[in-house]
Design a protein around this ligand. Structure first.
Ligand code: NAD
Length: 488
């Protein structure tokens, strides 16, 4: 067992109707600590029967008087308390996240805090969700009610397990829905723990169920289940497309937060020190396993040389370390498979003619782990694979543009994705005009990777549709009922 952790201290079972359970067919899968390559737990792997059990439990609680029929304020208070409990248990949760995902514990703590803030934010919304009265023709009173959808299936990836789960579960619950959460196979710990804490927070059994298991089995069964009203998904564009097809059979609602290939634009008039710091945060935070990673650094040609020097200076100082060490800033990639994928992209960059400036190899820590050096390419052409495909690793593709804003936005938008973008300049008009031209759901000006529970996040183009966070997410977890009353 890795890192001195005993299996029994880790959350390893399904959580359905307030109870820890093994999978009906007894299946399990091994969870590996990517920093040590050791198996640290054997986790229950939900099959179709378990999905059905979880959905039935969520449905029964939805139909009962224990959740949606509570006063909105009582519901909101329970969701808020879950946020408080996450904060109270933040050290444990951050450690679980790091053991599971390989990210530095310093980053896991940021994720745990964002998860807590998300529950509190939506707990606060619960009693502020209301309909309208509408001035229709004739002697009628017409008003609307905003009602929950029913059972929400949330499917999340492995890169931000606790925060992405919270982005979906918190608004769903606050609106009065019940939830079945399917975390990624690789990273189930914090999701299960959060469902357990929900009971402590006073949510009724069945309001928040958690079923770790393979996507092709448990995820697929959840999407196809006829009694699930909505699927809220974050993951790859490829699986998002499959979910659209599978959800069609039951006409369920879906929201999709998918991949990205986000441009980080540096104009020559920018504060280049700040831009270089932002470029590195943009791609190396979360080891680049970030949907919004600024994986394409687009530099105005007259500043290219200066940016290159600054980037290299800093990239060379970034050293991978033990993710459980609070000083570590670069952790391990989530799995061997992901590391091999990233190394494969690095090879493709070299073979397609880009210049490798820094990094490019595996860098074990204490002789172990799926760590990859911070990698920087220059001379990247827009047609190269590393300029087009989401690498999901610490690999930066530097490209240059001329022709000012026109050149910048044309190159920035030359992608099938539209999740996020960064703009670095001292010229506020240019910044705001560029922000308007970028086809992406989030634009950061003179900063990168900022998130807040109150600010909407989601994609344009093949980065998906629907929004997490902010007031906008509430629309995705409610439906509108129009009521007519004859007053004549
Ligand atoms: P993935 O698409 O392989 O898996 C995501 C989730 O879907 C997992 O829980 C998986 O088990 C499940 N799944 C897989 N096949 C399924 C199926 N047929 N039916 C239902 N569920 C299925 O993604 P990943 O490799 O875990 O995560 C990386 C991807 O997630 C990247 O593309 C990244 O950009 C994206 N992502 C997007 C955002 C965003 O907000 N837009 C945030 C984080 C990650």
């Amino acid at each position: 067992m890795g890192a001195g952790v005993a299996t029994e201290t880790l959350p390893t079972r399904l959580f359905i109707n307030g109870e820890q359970l093994d999978a009906a067919e007894g299946r399990t899968h091994d969870v590996i600590n990517p920093a040590t390559e050791e198996v640290i737990a054997s986790v229950a792997a939900a099959g179709e029967e378990d999905v059905d059990r979880a959905v039935r439990s969520a449905r029964a609680t939805f139909e009962s008087d224990k959740w949606r029929k509570l006063s909105a304020r009582q519901r909101g208070e329970a969701v808020w308390r879950l946020g408080e409990l996450i904060l109270k248990n933040k050290e444990e949760l951050a450690r679980l996240e790091t053991l599971n995902n390989g990210k530095p514990v310093f980053e896991s703590m940021i994720d745990v805090r964002l998860a807590a803030a998300t529950y509190k934010y939506y707990g606060g919304w619960a009693d502020k969700i209301h309909g309208e009265t509408i001035p229709v023709d004739g002697p009628f009173l017409n008003y609307t009610l905003r009602e929950p959808l029913g059972v929400v299936g949330a499917i999340v990836p492995w890169n931000f397990p606790i925060s992405l789960a919270a982005w979906k579960v918190a608004p769903a619950l606050a609106c009065g829905n019940t939830v079945v959460l399917k975390p990624a196979e690789l990273t189930p710990f914090t999701a299960i723990r959060m469902a357990e804490l929900a009971i402590e927070a006073g949510l009724p059994p069945g309001a928040f169920n958690c079923i770790p298991g393979p996507g092709s089995v448990a995820g697929s069964a959840l999407v196809k289940h006829s009694d699930v009203d909505k699927i809220a998904f974050t993951g790859s564009t490829e699986v998002g497309k499959q979910i659209m097809r599978d959800a069609a059979g039951t006409v369920k609602k879906i929201s999709l937060e998918l991949g990205g290939k986000s441009p980080n634009i540096v104009y020559a008039d920018a504060d280049l020190d700040a831009a270089a710091r932002g470029a590195l945060t943009g791609i190396f935070y979360g080891k680049g396993e970030v949907c919004a990673a600024g994986s394409r650094l687009l530099v105005e040609d007259s500043a290219a040389e200066e940016m290159r020097t600054r980037i290299l200076e800093r990239a060379k100082k970034m050293v991978a370390g033990d993710p459980l060490d609070p000083k570590t800033r670069l952790g391990a990639l989530v799995s061997k498979r992901q590391m091999e994928r990233v190394l494969g992209y690095i090879e493709s960059g070299k073979s397609e003619g880009a210049t490798l400036l820094s990094g490019g190899a595996r860098t074990p820590v204490n002789g172990k782990g799926y760590f990859v050096q911070p990698t920087v390419f220059e001379g990247v052409d827009r047609e190269m694979t590393i300029a087009r495909e989401e690498i999901f690793g610490p690999v930066l593709a530097m490209m240059t543009f001329s022709d000012g804003m026109t050149g910048a936005t044309e190159l920035a938008n030359a992608t099938i994705y539209g999740l996020a973008a960064g703009i670095w300049t001292r010229d506020i008009k240019k910044a705001l005009r560029t922000a308007r031209e970028i086809r992406a759901g989030t634009v950061w000006i003179n900063t990168y990777n900022m998130y807040d529970a109150a600010s909407p996040f989601g994609g344009f183009k093949q980065s998906g549709f629907g929004r997490d966070l902010g007031v906008h997410a509430l629309e995705g977890y409610t439906q509108v009922k129009s009521v007519w009353v004859d007053l004549s």
